[in-house]
Ligand binder design. Structure first.
Ligand code: NAP
Length: 381
């Protein structure tokens, strides 16, 4: 091939590439410098549909480059993506300015609940969809809280929310707490057997508090039997996932009743849950395993970029799942279950494990955004 032909081909390739890039949705990350924000940045590197064009954080970081603002706080295993290093950090509070640069935002800011509620609504009112990792709006009646494999139909409540907000494109959607991801999908797979009483103890990683062992040395070799607000979320949020839209709001399910204890353990990433279940119907162990491993939903059917091929896997070995071996299953988007067996007080018990900052936080939100895009809720502005 002569040099000219090569040049023409290259130009065509670049044009095609630019065109493809410009078709990507422009994304902003609110709270981009924090632990969850960093996870968003990592997960969105080379995302086929979304491109991070804006990073925003507090006034402390605003005006600096992303690299400067994060400084020594980068907590991911992989290096900071080159594409974001030189982005100038914007101030989350400058809503119009930030919103004008993006098609939608992910929210992972650490502010008071009332401040988060207000700022996320302010973004939605600029016609900017907000996919939030925060808990502030999880119980706002017309805000969908979604695990896309479990309750994607709850996104339909967005039409009612838009009416309330007076928007055409802007809305808020949230994902649930990280603690429930190790057992709520499993219980969903078993709904036809009518689980009605559940006891769950969660063993939660320190990254769930935005920390590493460097930031929190007291957690080395330690267990802390309290995580503020976590038990209420772990008991109530699954019921909202299993709820229904009635009169323009989500009404939570009544069953199964869930009681929990949430414990902080010296693990960096990965929430483990030890769970006991009573069923109205009498499933066999084989039936329970079959339902788990074949459980799938909208992300698998739509073949979304971040969807795990198999959402729940079952391991027969007595010593699995283990955090170090299994937390990254399906790039941190899958759930690993083991030790399913009959119990002398309850019907069955099992151990579940999921990645708290991937499936339980940023990855779960990215999967929500992919589902929202696939269903036409998020489009270019
Ligand atoms: N870590 C997890 O696994 C996890 C899981 C589920 C939910 N969450 C929730 O996600 C949120 C973020 O958690 P995180 O662990 O990433 O927290 P983090 O590491 O402390 O990061 C907090 C982020 O919020 C920004 N911020 C703090 N105060 C602000 C203000 N007044 N105005 C604007 N931005 C402000 C920070 O910016 P600066 O750098 O400029 O201070 C930073 O970008 C929290 O609400 C947390 O409860 C976390």
């Amino acid at each position: 091939m002569c040099a000219r032909e090569e040049q023409t081909l290259r130009t065509e390739y670049i044009d095609e590439e630019n065109c493809r890039m410009s078709e990507k949705l422009r994304v902003g990350i609110l709270g981009a410098t924090g632990m969850v924000g960093q996870r968003f940045i990592s997960l969105l590197e080379d995302h086929p549909w979304f491109e991070v064009v804006t990073v925003a954080a507090s006034a402390r970081s605003a005006g600096r480059t992303y690299e400067e603002a994060v400084g020594g706080r980068w907590k991911m295993d992989t290096p900071m993506p080159e594409a974001v290093k030189k982005l100038e950090v914007m101030n989350v509070s400058e809503v119009e300015k930030v919103a004008s640069t993006v098609d939608f935002v992910f929210s992972a800011v650490d502010m008071s609940k009332e401040e988060i509620k207000a700022i996320e609504e302010a973004y939605a009112k600029t016609e900017t969809p907000v996919v939030s990792n925060n808990s502030a709006h999880r119980w706002t009646p017309d805000v969908p809280m979604v695990v896309p494999e479990i309750n994607p139909e709850h996104f339909d409540v967005i039409e009612f929310q838009k009416k309330r907000l007076g928007t055409t494109k802007g809305f808020i959607a949230v994902k649930p707490n990280c603690s429930i991801q190790s057992y709520a999908p499993v219980l969903t797979a078993w709904r036809e057997f009518e689980p009605y009483e559940v006891v769950a103890t969660t063993y939660q990683a320190i990254s769930g508090a935005g920390k590493t062992f460097k930031d929190w040395p007291e957690m080395q070799g330690n267990v802390i039997p309290f995580i503020g607000g976590e038990e209420e979320k772990s008991e109530q949020e699954p019921l909202r996932l299993w709820g229904e839209i009635k009169d323009g709001v989500i009404e939570k399910a009544a069953e199964p009743v869930i009681t929990t204890q949430c414990v902080r353990v010296p693990v960096l990433n990965g929430h483990t849950a030890a769970v006991f279940v009573k069923f109205r119907k009498n499933p066999t162990k084989e039936q329970l395993i079959e339902k788990m491993v074949n459980f799938k939903g909208a992300p698998q059917e739509l073949d979304l970029p971040s969807a795990p091929k198999q959402f729940i896997r079952y391991m027969e070995e007595d010593n699995r799942p283990q955090v170090t071996l299994d937390v990254d299953y399906e790039n941190g988007m899958g759930v690993t279950v083991g030790r399913l067996r009959e119990d002398s007080v309850y019907d069955y018990k099992f151990i579940g494990l999921s990645h708290n900052t991937v499936r339980g936080a940023a990855g779960g939100a990215v999967l929500c955004a992919e589902t929202l895009k696939a269903k036409g809720f998020i489009t270019k502005k």
